[in-house]
Write a protein that binds this ligand. Sequence first.
Ligand SMILES: Nc1nc2c(c(CN[C@H]3C=C[C@H](O)[C@@H]3O)cn2[C@@H]2O[C@H](COP(=O)(O)O)[C@@H](O)[C@H]2O)c(=O)[nH]1
Length: 306
Amino acid sequence: MEEVRTTAAWVASRATHVKVDPLEIENVVNSIQGLVPKVEWDFEGIHYFDDGPLTVQYLFVLDAINFCFWPDQELSYDHLAHGLKSALQKDKCALDADRLQSYTGPQLHELLNWPRPLPLEEERIRLLHEVGLELERNFGGEAANLVKASGKSAANLVTLVTRHFPGFRDHSVYKGHQIFLYKRAQIFAADVWGAFKGQGYGEFYDIKSITIFADYIVPAVLRQLGVLKYSSSLSSSVDTKAEICSGSEEEIELRACTIHAVEKMRDIIQSKFGKQVLSVEMDLWLWSRGVQNSALPHHRTLSIYY
Ligand SMILES: Nc1nc2c(c(CN[C@H]3C=C[C@H](O)[C@@H]3O)cn2[C@@H]2O[C@H](COP(=O)(O)O)[C@@H](O)[C@H]2O)c(=O)[nH]1
């Protein structure tokens, strides 16, 4: 995760479309007196949980296809989380490794009880097949074994996931440098930690090493707070809902500056208020703010990573 931090900082120091405003960071931190409002994991009450390995399987499948809901105006993350939960409640084998390898697009949206094809459905299917095949080949079919293999380290878990499952390799190249963002791999570690409340499968001694998850909601919240400032051309693209190309400088700056700004917020909370805050806690606070404000304009990139 050090690579995520350092490469995000590298982008932030060269960015021309997005600026991180240090004064506004101070203002935000002062306004909450260094106390990040606590938001419970699964504050929405939509996730499957049975305190066992099936929950880990559920979270891994969920995060394998946790991206790009916005092209369908009525679809959101909640439908995916809740749809997979209902599918498991009806059939405990619905997410078994062999079944994952055989799903077709129509079967997937039927499984989720969604009446039409999902955005990037073919990519979602490809990723489910990849997850099923590799889980079967190296982890006895169970994502729980992947978590066990991490030795209670969130950083190891992210490394294992990105090493074994190419669909989680959320990298980009910016001005000739490789930039690591790892949104879905990190959110999987955080989801296991959150769901199991830091115990059992969710026990990670280094959960603090995780960064915030650079999606399309958190940058919109940071912009609303004044922490991120966009160039006029980027502002107009976001506000008019124009598509921003995957891998473009604008897109990478939006994501990297989001990570960097939150790391700076953590630093100030630590230095000024003497409190250690996890990026996961910052993420739950900022993300929940964003999804509760559907009027907030967010950037639109067709991407399998977030
Ligand atoms: N940074 C960050 N991004 C997150 C999540 C989650 C869900 N995490 C669960 C874990 C615990 C909580 O209780 C949450 O339920 C989804 N996303 C991203 O949001 C976008 C979906 O937006 P919309 O189209 O409006 O549904 C999309 O990019 C999706 O990948 C998060 O936690 N942090």
